[in-house]
Design a protein around this ligand. Structure first.
Ligand SMILES: Cc1cc2nc3c(=O)[nH]c(=O)nc-3n(C[C@H](O)[C@H](O)[C@H](O)COP(=O)(O)OP(=O)(O)OC[C@H]3O[C@@H](n4cnc5c(N)ncnc54)[C@H](O)[C@@H]3O)c2cc1C
Length: 370
């Protein structure tokens, strides 16, 4: 997006791509259909040490702007849920669109070119194995560390440090969580079972599906909350959204496991309902005992042992500190001509097309300035 925008302004642009093709992450995104933006994109959908940083950039290049480009290229798309837009056919439509736009605006894309060294004299000098490139402006768009097997590198963070820019601690985000051994033994044979829940961490709540996996918990609710989760802290999971499951038992005569099981089976898949009840049977069939069980249903406390790491994370949270960058152009305040855009910056979106929108918006801003 940066290259296209700069190309439109008549700049001579070369994209150096380490992999054998551009946009590999786009190709695997959204289950191969690329959730390329979200209709309801707001600053609240992003994590950053400075939550205001992304506001003006996101307002200047909006989901509607990207949709206009998608429509110009006649790419069929649909809204799935919660404003998430996906390609009907394949994510390849998006990479083709970007490549065509690059071509139309004279952008040169060179693949299999990994920069080895960057120097700065009166201009930037980037050396690869066989070539040297010189330019008055250098834009780092190397993404985060997630999915190392398709070529993610720490290069962007290293360049930031080389030029003395602060980097906020990085961590895997939008990532499945691993349960501690005792909870794994209790629940993980139920792998594949899912339920709609509200998952909370650090006062952030997400109402979506939770999935039990062979090692822990995943599904959109858990991925979302993982971005806010800090090691050693608990997750709170409401399993009975907006419902009082024990009222009937408390008002009636049948106060027993069978009655409670059938109540909980109304809200959770049978196997999970039965297991949960087995592990949280009330101490006594008194009003107090049932009230305590009700409380636990709305606040199931789980302390994960960790995350599945960068191999499974959709994004990397943290990154180049936004204090180092202009919120208008993404240019370094310390090093004129050096820009950072996309995921390498300390702006991380929620699940649902927000990370691509950030990549597009920050890319366009830099492209209009280089
Ligand atoms: C499985 C998966 C699914 C996802 N699905 C979605 C989704 O549906 N919607 C959404 O909004 N977000 C999604 N994301 C997140 C989204 O893909 C990223 O946030 C986004 O691609 C970041 O864009 P970027 O341009 O900053 O970095 P990237 O897309 O990661 O691009 C960085 C590029 O730089 C290249 N590179 C890396 N190091 C070097 C180097 N040293 N030299 C030269 N080139 C280098 C890489 O090969 C890559 O081509 C998903 C992520 C994953 C892992």
């Amino acid at each position: 997006m940066c290259a296209i925008e700069a190309g439109k302004r008549g700049r001579r642009v070369t994209v150096l791509e380490r992999a054998d093709r551009i946009g590999k992450k786009i190709l695997i995104s959204g289950g191969g259909h690329c959730n390329f933006t979200n209709l309801y994109c707001r600053a609240e959908n992003f994590l950053s040490r400075n939550p205001h940083f992304a506001k003006s950039l996101l307002a200047r290049y909006t989901p509607a702007d990207f949709i206009a480009m998608v429509e110009k290229h006649r790419i069929p798309y649909h809204e799935k849920t919660l404003g998430q837009l996906f390609c009907d056919r394949s994510a390849r439509d998006i990479t083709n669109m970007l490549e065509n736009e690059c071509q139309s605006h004279g952008v040169q894309i060179l693949v299999n070119r990994a920069p080895r060294e960057i120097r700065r004299t009166s201009e930037f000098i980037v050396s690869t194995e066989n070539d040297e490139f010189r330019a008055p402006a250098l834009v780092i768009a190397t993404g985060g560390l997630s999915i190392p097997k398709i070529g993610a590198t720490a290069f962007g963070y290293e360049v930031a440090r080389q030029f003395g820019l602060k980097v906020q601690a990085i961590r895997p985000a939008l990532v499945p969580l691993v349960l501690a051994a005792d909870d794994r033994a209790r629940y993980c044979d139920l792998a594949g079972v899912s339920a709609e829940v509200v998952a909370s961490s650090d006062h952030h709540n997400f109402r979506e599906k939770m999935l039990i996996t062979h090692r822990g918990l995943s599904g959109p609710a858990i991925l979302q909350v993982s971005s806010y989760w800090a090691a050693g802290t608990p997750l709170f999971i409401d399993l009975a959204l907006g419902r009082e499951m024990t009222t009937v038992l408390r008002s009636g005569k049948a106060r027993n496991t069978a009655a409670l099981r059938s109540a909980i089976r109304e809200i959770l898949p049978n196997r999970f309902a039965d297991r949960w009840l087995q592990l949280h049977a009330p101490d006594a069939w008194t009003n107090q005992g049932l009230a305590e069980l009700e409380r636990q249903l709305h606040k199931w406390i789980v302390v994960p042992a960790g995350t599945e790491g960068y191999e499974k994370a959709e994004v990397t949270a943290g990154g180049v500190d936004t204090d180092e960058l202009s919120a208008k152009t993404m240019e370094s305040r310390r090093v004129p001509g050096l820009y950072f855009i996309g995921e390498v910056v300390d702006v991380t979106g929620h699940l649902g097309g927000f990370n691509f929108q950030w990549a597009w918006s920050s890319g366009v801003a830099a492209g209009q300035a280089v």
